[in-house]
Write a protein that binds this ligand. Sequence first.
Ligand code: APR
Length: 259
Amino acid sequence: MGNQPLDELDRALDQAAMWLKLAERVCVLTGAGISAESGIPTFRASDGLWEGHRIEDVASPDGFRRDPGLVWSFYNARRANVRKAKPNPGHLALVEMEKRWGTKFCLVTQNVDSLHFEAGSRNVLELHGSLRRTRCLGCFTIQDRELEPLGDSPQCPHCRGSLRPDIVWFGEGLPEAVLDAAMQAAYDCDAFLVVGTSAVVYPAASLVPIAKRGKAVPAKVIEVNLTETDASSYADVGLYGPSGQILPKLVKKLDETGS
Ligand code: APR
């Protein structure tokens, strides 16, 4: 499925804006698609990030044990790519939405690129960690190293232990407090936006049914994506096109219809 015909998209935007306007609490789940227009490859595209690497080699604890140098060169390349990237109008539209709902707006992201923070979003839950942070395997200290180059075998400045990226790899659990807060936000919200994710990786993808089944009155689910996804069957309305174009249009509709 490609972009929607313009009149259909306009009607869907009106519907989504109306539901958002009625919502007291809003929760958003973003995935790699929101950063695609910032030049960061998605995972499951044909030019996806894993190309040339088996996932288990670069994104699993076993892979790191086998060859930490390979893993670090992979993550240093990702860090360098993010360093060049800037938030796009999709990220900025979500900042505008947070201003409207304040603390009743929760942005949950699967992305590790920190572009939501760079755009100015505040209430952000990073489910899968951050490329900016390292974790020491010796003393467990987590540090924000921003996006400075770290070399192929970085050591902890405190204990000289080996550092790993503070990223949730395949087969690992999500940070418990972050996941709990995300599930609560999905449960509590009246409108749930699911943006730029294929919705195939759990438990992140389970936030969509949680929003839908959470309360007596289920949240309205609004999907923003280039195509339909595994989340589409839960969506009350789909806005199909690039999120860097769709989200600013949605914010404009909200402004037109007042708050
Ligand atoms: N606008 C909106 N959606 C887009 C855009 C765009 N410009 N470009 C791509 N998309 C959509 C794709 O159609 C796809 O549905 O973004 C989605 C990207 O899906 P994935 O590559 O699977 O990324 P994501 O869902 O974030 O992956 C989840 O998988 O490997 C892990 O930990 C990694 O956090 C990641 C998780």
